[in-house]
Design a protein around this ligand. Structure first.
Ligand code: IPM
Ligand code: MG
Length: 408
């Protein structure tokens, strides 16, 4: 059917409105690139007079599990807290109720408090989606990653008895996420989202993955994209990897497409060969849930969000409001957020304490399993489990027990 004059006018005005929107977001992205170029380099935690750790409970099961991780941190850092080298600070207000009331992904006063910390331990926060009863505001995670420029989402998954030792480096500030709340409904019939890859953003995450592979002696990196189809953004990711890899001649690297990678993670003959994986934001989101499930569930994996100025550590799972509604929040598994606390300790330089906490988590969840958590009243409470982990960290024979269990 030929387009009539009125339709043409409407079409042109829809296109103009979309172009205007596109212009605005392009300007912002170009400004973001300039900020990345001007980045002041990494915080040196060893040089701080006092390290400030912010604890953000979040909502849903968040505050329930977060308090157990906080107790463990307080115990492991009690000397440093007593001497004033470390301060643990509670930051309230990142609940879905408060965010909905203020119609903000992160209320301004909360963001100001977050920026006064060096590192943050964060419980899960509910991410609204259209039609769920909450205003459809942006995810607090996504906003925090952007506001604090936490560009690397580092997610380790280990299953010692299957020789699985994966570390995912998920790009955290670009890709399909950075403008995830800024797409356009061009008209009643067409919606368009945007995916972004910048030279700076891509290079810094890929470099961090290669640095990790080099530093740990793993010397193996797998780059995961869908560059055969998503030719610009994923294409850039892959070509940046090709270039960066030249600076790491001792690190072997290969590239895989996300679809087959998803399959290979459940291939028992192949999967232990993967070590360090680096990938764009959305693929990283999806595949790290799969990997965590292979390890024993999303409740078992921790997640570090690292930037050069700030870092935030969190559970990889959501806020499970259903558990709260059904009165089961006290049975939620705190392993993931405790694992995040171990990653925090490691990141700020308490490497031995972090290692002990990780060994304890392995022993409790994968080997000794003396306290079982099921998420329901037939299992232990989060508090009982947290205490079990702490008792295990404090065991004199922890390292021997862990080595024996691993070798068995
Ligand atoms: C994660 C979560 C978040 C994400 C959600 C809550 C926005 O799934 O940290 O993996 O998609 O990044
Ligand atoms: Mg996710």
């Amino acid at each position: 059917m030929p387009i009539d004059c009125l339709q043409l006018v409407k079409m042109n005005s829809d296109i103009e409105a979309a172009k205007e929107h596109f212009g605005k977001i392009l300007k912002e992205q170009l400004e973001r690139v300039e900020t990345m170029k001007a980045s002041a380099g990494w915080t040196d935690y060893a040089k701080l007079d006092k390290l400030i750790i912010g604890i953000v409970g979040g909502d849903g099961i968040g505050p329930f599990i977060c308090k157990h991780a906080e107790s463990i941190l307080r115990e492991l850092l009690k000397d440093e807290i007593a001497s004033g080298k470390v301060e643990i600070r509670t930051i309230d207000g990142l609940t879905i109720e408060n965010r909905a009331k203020q119609l903000k992904a992160i209320p301004d006063d909360v963001l100001t408090e977050l920026k006064k910390c060096h590192v943050i331990l964060k419980g899960p926060t509910t991410t609204p989606k259209k039609g769920d009863g909450w205003p459809n505001i942006e995810s607090a995670n996504v906003a925090m990653r952007r506001e604090l420029d936490l560009f690397a989402n580092v997610r380790p998954v280990r299953i010692p008895e299957q020789s699985i030792d994966w570390t995912f480096y998920r790009e955290n500030t670009e890709g399909a996420y950075v403008l995830g709340s800024r797409g356009v409904d061009v008209n009643e019939d067409i919606s368009i989202d945007f995916c972004v890859a910048t030279a700076q953003g891509t290079e810094r995450i890929i470099r961090l993955a290669f640095e990790h592979a080099r530093k740990t002696g793993v010397n193996k990196v797998t780059v995961v994209t869908k560059a055969n189809v998503i030719k610009k953004t994923d294409g850039r990711f892959l070509s940046t990897a090709e270039r960066v890899a030249k600076d790491y001649p001792e690190v072997k690297w290969d590239d895989w497409f996300i679809d087959i990678m998803t399959a290979k993670l459940i291939d028992p003959y192949r999967r232990a060969e993967f070590k360090v994986m680096v990938l764009p934001n959305l693929y990283g989101d999806i595949i790290t849930d799969e990997a965590a499930q292979i390890q024993g569930g999303v409740g078992t994996a921790g997640s570090a969000n690292i930037g050069s100025r700030y870092a935030m550590f969190e559970a990889i799972h959501g806020s499970a409001p259903r558990m709260v509604d059904e009165g089961r929040a006290q049975y939620a598994d705190p392993s993931s957020i405790i694992k995040a606390a171990a990653m925090l300790l490691n990141h700020v330089g308490f490497v031995d304490k972090a290692k002990r906490l990780e060994m304890a988590l392995d022993l409790c969840a994968q080997f000794e399993k003396k306290v079982k958590i099921t998420g329901r009243s037939d299992g232990a409470t989060g508090e009982e489990y947290g205490k079990y982990v702490l008792r295990t960290v404090e065991r004199k024979d922890l390292e021997q027990a862990w080595n024996a269990a691993k070798g068995a």
